[in-house]
Design a protein around this ligand. Structure first.
Ligand code: UTP
Length: 291
């Protein structure tokens, strides 16, 4: 089913946690097994029925747009060699969806990046998927969030319970239960709080279904934590006024902008794959036994 909503993928951050790999390449292009992280995110949006995607680009913008473009000389080369399997894989990334691009001139924060989508999105509800945050395709999240928005008309964010020692790396939500164990009412949000100030261990993760009124709020949101325009601050205003819902995600998620999580993502996804898993799994067991 095709969704009426558009997706926005911010990919203009500096990726400092991954330097020097991200000096000349956005972290969203780091390969996870054999596809860049952002391709998984585009595929997730397409899987949720979205066929119009806007990517917010920073410096090194060509890397990302080139990846989703067709490369005729590569296709001819693979066709001539009769390598149809790889030809299909190469063509897949350029046939995925209608992908548009806009530039964020300066990395002034996630809120500022989302505001750059205003002209493309207009007055409609839209989804935001962070380009370095992978949700395992076997675990539903975005479709549940879109359904909750369609049912209630409210802005919906994704939450995940994390170890309290890690909450300072996320936006943290104060929540109230609803009749649905997977959905909470968000009563407050704070960006990257110290453990002792966190309202809960519910962390905001990189999926949002936002109503277009968030643009007016972002437009007047002042720089917050880290001197950046924070999406969390705009969502806090929405939580205090019209209300925000949180979908609690209990599935597999990988933050590929974090080096340790990136390594775990590759190992876990490769171990589960039919082409690599049968060789990798016994090797991993032996490796782990000798640690
Ligand atoms: P992060 O918080 O991971 O920041 O951004 P970062 O700057 O990219 O990475 P580090 O912390 O320096 O390693 C969350 C998401 O928001 C995007 C990033 O690309 C990422 O998808 N983002 C962040 C922007 O698009 N623009 C910004 O100004 C900031």
């Amino acid at each position: 089913m095709t969704s009426r909503i558009k997706a926005v993928i911010p990919a203009a951050g500096l990726g400092t946690r991954f330097l020097p790999a991200t000096k000349a390449m956005p972290k969203e292009m780091l390969p996870v097994v054999d596809k860049p992280a952002i391709q998984y995110v585009v595929e997730e949006a397409v899987g949720a029925g979205i066929d119009d995607i806007l990517v917010i680009l920073g410096r090194n913008k060509n890397n990302i747009s080139n990846h989703f473009d067709a490369v005729p000389e590569l296709e001819t080369n693979l066709t001539n060699k009769g390598d149809l399997h790889r030809l299909l894989r190469v063509k897949e990334s350029s046939d995925l969806a209608d992908i548009h691009y806009v530039r964020q001139g300066e990395p002034r924060g996630l809120g500022h990046a989302v505001l750059r989508a205003r002209a493309h999105v207009g007055d409609s509800t839209f989804a935001v998927l962070l380009g370095d945050d992978l949700i395992d395709e076997r675990d539903a999240l975005l479709t549940t969030m879109i359904a909750a928005n369609e049912r209630t008309g409210l802005t919906v964010i994704a939450l995940m319970e994390v170890d309290p020692d890690h909450i300072h790396m996320y936006g943290a939500a104060a929540v109230e239960a609803t009749d649905d164990p997977d959905i909470v009412r968000v009563t407050g949000l704070v960006e990257k709080p110290p453990k002792e100030d966190a309202p809960s261990n519910y962390a905001v993760i990189g999926r949002y279904v936002l109503n277009a009124n968030v643009f007016d709020i972002l437009d007047r949101t002042q720089p917050g934590k880290g001197g950046e325009i924070q999406l969390t601050d705009a969502l806090q205003e929405l939580a205090l006024t019209e209300g925000v819902l949180g979908v609690v995600f209990r599935g597999r998620r990988y933050d590929t902008g974090d080096r340790l999580d990136y390594i775990k993502a590759i190992v876990q996804l490769a171990a589960d794959r039919e082409d690599l898993g049968p060789d990798l799994r016994p090797w991993l067991k032996e490796f782990a036994a000798n640690l």
